[in-house]
Design a protein around this ligand. Structure first.
Ligand SMILES: O=c1ccn([C@@H]2O[C@H](COP(=O)(O)OP(=O)(O)O[C@H]3OC[C@@H](O)[C@H](O)[C@H]3O)[C@@H](O)[C@H]2O)c(=O)[nH]1
Length: 425
């Protein structure tokens, strides 16, 4: 019984507690008023003025209580309908958390987890690739704040933890404006580290498997220094993230800032942008629209794909761990891109495959070595590839319906290609 009560109370958040408290107070005042009224009635010789006063008081009280009750009830109803359930955390356990890029694909799922865990979350996004839609279900919640801000400009805010995710992550998006990508990853990271230093917050950098470039070591472990073309089209992102890591460790050594570095491998799931340009969104969108799935090069290049909920769990575990060195977060199940195209084609049930020329500097083999994450965080991916893909296909189908109602036909984006002719099979 006791356990049930504790579970019930911990499921309530602070607003719910306040509402219940107010209701209890009204019930208490009402019962004491009724008690007094009965006493007066029993005495029999009460003066008329006294009676009028009592009646006035009582009716005022009833009107006031009715108004308050209806306000509280509507609040309670709209509250329970509007937001996903949020745990109650005591002042001591509740953290003030900043997520840069929190309206993006990964950032919005991280926002959901931290909000539902009961923390106070501030999302900062410049909406270049992020979308308000991804976090709109939290707007108005007392634990949530959304700020339209570009991390290239300094930010002044009091927080305990910073998840620094702000940056375009898909190759066509980060190549679209390489100077902006560089500024976001360099000046943006300096600004966030400066903030972490000022307010004594811990910062987690969302780094990437792209710091390994086109790797000569397979699978890639955290000791590997990488093989990046510093002047190629991907350099704005790869080198941008490499210098962001360098900045983290400079601030750690020189200023004592607590840093965590997650090297994130290919990730997919709901809320990926329709025309994000990465392989998962391109293939699903193409298959659903009955168009050819565009495989760049021969399709023999490999990747390993993790579902977004696995990544989010890994990020939170890493942030709250004591591991300051970089940690790979990815699914070690490796597939060629051609295998992957065939899998999506069969899951969607339509589409054919078209070979296009290969993307410039495209890494040929990629698969994370996750022994460190397994050993030190007790983390590993748990969502099977097909299950994650089916969820994502459902999400994209709904998005397509939504877009069709708005008469908008999304088109997949292409990466920067080498010259060559398309072939079909
Ligand atoms: O339509 C397409 C899109 C992509 N591809 C290929 O699919 C593979 C994966 O491409 P993606 O664009 O999805 O992602 P990449 O692996 O190149 O880069 C990613 O790496 C890890 C993360 O940090 C980033 O999300 C992203 O930069 C590449 O070999 C690419 O050439 C296709 O064959 N067809």
């Amino acid at each position: 019984m006791m356990k049930r009560v504790v579970r019930l109370i911990s499921g309530l958040n602070r607003r719910m507690m306040k509402l219940l408290f107010a209701l209890a107070l009204i019930a208490y005042i009402a019962s004491s008023h009724l008690f007094c009224y009965r006493l007066i009635q029993e005495q029999g010789d009460v003066k008329i003025e006294q009676k009028i006063d009592e009646v006035m008081n009582l009716s005022l009280f009833v009107i006031f209580s009715l108004l308050l009750c209806s306000h509280l009830l509507s609040n309670l109803l709209s509250f329970s309908q509007k937001y996903p359930p949020v745990k109650f955390l005591s002042e001591k356990d509740r953290k003030r958390i900043l997520i840069t890029g929190g309206a993006g694909f990964v950032g919005s799922h991280l926002t959901d987890k931290l909000m539902m865990d009961g923390h106070e979350v501030t999302v900062v996004d410049n909406f270049f690739t992020g979308r308000k839609r991804n976090v709109e279900h939290w707007i108005g919640h007392e634990n949530f704040e959304l700020i339209n801000h570009d991390v290239v400009e300094p930010l002044y805010i009091e927080v305990d933890q910073i998840y620094h995710l702000a940056s375009p992550a898909s190759p066509p998006n980060y190549m679209y404006n390489p100077i902006k990508t560089l500024k976001t990853n360099t000046i943006g990271t300096l600004n966030m580290l400066g903030l972490a230093k000022r307010v004594g917050a811990r910062l987690l950098l969302a780094s990437t498997s792209e710091v390994y470039g086109d790797p000569e070591v397979h699978p890639q472990n955290e000791e590997y220094w990488g093989h990046v073309n510093p002047i190629g089209p991907r350099a704005c992102y790869d080198e941008g993230k490499r210098v962001a890591e360098t900045m983290c460790y400079a601030y750690m050594k020189q200023e004592g800032v607590e840093v965590r570095v997650a090297r994130i491998f290919n990730t997919f799931g709901s809320r990926m942008h329709m025309n994000d340009g990465r392989v998962v969104s391109n293939f699903i969108l193409q298959a659903l629209q009955g168009e050819p799935l565009t495989v760049y090069g021969t399709g023999s290049q490999t990747r390993a794909f993790q579902y977004v909920s696995d990544l989010v769990n890994g990020l939170v575990l890493l942030m709250n761990s004591n591991i300051s060195s970089p940690v790979n977060l990815g699914n070690p199940e490796e597939h060629t891109i051609l295998e992957f195209a065939r899998l999506i084609k069969s899951l969607v049930g339509k589409g054919c495959i078209q070979f296009l020329s290969e993307a410039q500097d495209d890494p040929q083999r990629r698969r994370p070595d996750i022994r460190k994450a397994r050993m030190m965080l007790g983390w590993e991916p748990v969502v099977p590839l097909e299950e994650g893909l089916n969820k994502t296909i459902q999400y994209f189908s709904r998005e397509l319906e939504h877009q069709a109602n708005n008469q908008y036909i999304p088109k997949p984006k292409a990466a920067r290609m080498k010259k060559g002719r398309p072939r079909h099979n």
